[in-house]
Design a protein around this ligand. Structure first.
Ligand SMILES: Cc1cc2nc3c(=O)[nH]c(=O)nc-3n(C[C@H](O)[C@H](O)[C@H](O)COP(=O)(O)O)c2cc1C
Length: 168
């Protein structure tokens, strides 16, 4: 058995993006700080996001059948603190950040460096989390075009993952 502390430290070494995952079911809109996102297939292009079963976002993706990955400018990592609990929607903003409605109805953040909008293709039960696989329906860049560098976990002092506290 690997010691928990070692396993945590090793798992935290995996380089990850830090982004906002957009979701929506009817009148309920959300954005959430997310690090477990990656492309997993080329034909069709599938993007995977792993979401805690207890997160509001998990229910919204199941109900809404779609999600958006909003890659964020590296210069603005403060955003991730506020979006680690359910977001407050006022008009077309979430936690004060302007959004628009994507093709599938999910929020797309206007300030994102780049976005990927996905229709849910399948859901894989992974225990604590569900892995949502989405087929890309739209993608594009934000106001700064394709030159803007995107935020990564190592740009912050935050961590996510490793062994669940309390032990599993
Ligand atoms: C740096 C950081 C990265 C995170 N990455 C993920 C992730 O990849 N998947 C996940 O389910 N939760 C992740 N979380 C936790 C969620 O942001 C947090 O649990 C959120 O409150 C759940 O979202 P919701 O209930 O608003 O949908 C992360 C949190 C932080 C601070």
């Amino acid at each position: 058995m690997v010691e928990t502390e070692t396993l945590n430290k090793v798992l935290w070494k995996i380089p990850n993006v830090l982004c906002l995952l957009g979701s929506r079911a009817g009148d309920e809109w959300n954005g959430m700080t997310e690090s477990w996102v990656t492309q997993v297939a080329m034909e069709p292009v599938l993007v995977a996001a792993s979401v805690d079963k207890k997160a509001v976002t998990n229910r919204l993706i199941r109900e809404g059948g779609a999600f958006s990955v909003n890659l964020w400018p590296r210069s603005d990592t403060r955003v991730f603190v506020k979006f680690s609990k359910p977001a407050v929607k006022e008009g077309m903003t979430l936690n004060g950040r302007p959004i628009r409605e994507g093709l599938t109805g999910v929020p797309i953040f206007e300030e994102a460096a780049a976005f990927i909008e996905c229709r849910l293709d399948r859901t894989i039960d992974c225990g604590t989390h569900d892995l949502f696989l989405g087929e890309v329906v739209d993608a594009g860049f934000g106001p700064g075009g394709d030159e803007v560098e995107v935020a990564r976990m190592e740009d912050t002092r935050m961590k996510y993952g490793g062994v669940r506290r309390g032990g599993h």
